[in-house]
Design a protein around this ligand. Structure first.
Ligand SMILES: *Cc1c(COP(=O)(O)O)cnc(C)c1O
Length: 232
């Protein structure tokens, strides 16, 4: 073996170890989406071989390019901002869209899903951070969508919960407040609009820098990338 091949094998082993170490920290019942954006298919394959099945991508082209090169039982989660004209490319292949941030987008997903006769699972993304740039709904927007007479007609989308990203800050108390707020939003929606929907159960929050706080605040689904893929 050349040094290059050895180095590559070594890197993959470290990534598999990172994943195992992380899994030991996660309580049972909390799911892990390995955020594989920018990672090559061989690296994803190595994690697949050690048992990981949920992967997250934030670019449509990237997800669509990787998906056919990897095993069919991978669950591909779409976690990035979704442009309406790209919905048609991911509707056939995604198992959960985390980033529904407008009624228009939800209607587009429904339309594309109907064309292929496939019910698409979605989360409503809420704006919980103080940064202006992060996408997401606020409470009023979500309510006006769910209470609209058009909403019950969307038979090809299945809303499974909510997603949010906390402010990028060292201030753990602030992050905790934002996650706690998202948990409250989740519960209020559950009681008001999804009482009869057992599928409405996911609270997608927590990334490399804040997953421990997210778990404490009730996360059911972590989206973690850099911590798994860092080389040492
Ligand atoms: C990149 C990304 C993540 C993972 O972030 P890390 O800090 O690498 O763990 C999670 N969620 C979204 C929406 C992302 O774009």
């Amino acid at each position: 073996m050349t040094n290059f091949v050895l180095h590559k094998a070594w890197k993959l082993m470290i990534i598999q170890m990172n994943l195992q170490n992380l899994i030991h920290e996660i309580p049972t019942g909390v799911k892990l989406v390995a955020v594989s954006k920018t990672q090559p298919v061989q690296t994803i394959r190595a994690l697949y071989d050690s048992g990981q099945r949920m992967f997250g991508e934030n670019k449509v082209q990237e997800l669509v390019a990787k998906q056919p090169q990897l095993p069919g039982d991978i669950e591909w989660h779409f976690i990035g901002h979704l442009q309406r004209n790209k919905v048609k490319f991911i509707a056939p292949v995604t198992s959960l869209i985390h980033s529904i941030d407008s009624f228009k987008l939800l209607k587009d997903v429904n339309k594309e899903a109907e064309k292929i006769c496939r019910k698409v699972n979605c989360l409503l993304q809420f704006h919980i951070a103080s940064e202006e740039t992060k996408f997401g709904l606020d409470w009023e927007e979500a309510v006006s969508m769910l209470a609209s007479p058009e909403y019950p007609e969307l038979k090809f989308v299945n809303i499974c919960g909510v997603m949010g990203m906390a402010t990028f800050t060292e201030n753990q108390e602030r992050v905790r407040q934002e996650f706690s707020h998202l948990h409250t939003v989740f519960q209020r929606l559950k009681e008001t609009y999804f009482k009869e929907s057992p599928d409405f159960k996911e609270l997608s929050m927590g990334m490399t820098n804040d997953y421990l706080v997210a778990i404490e605040e009730g996360s059911t689904m972590l989206r973690i990338g850099s911590m798994i893929f860092r080389p040492g």
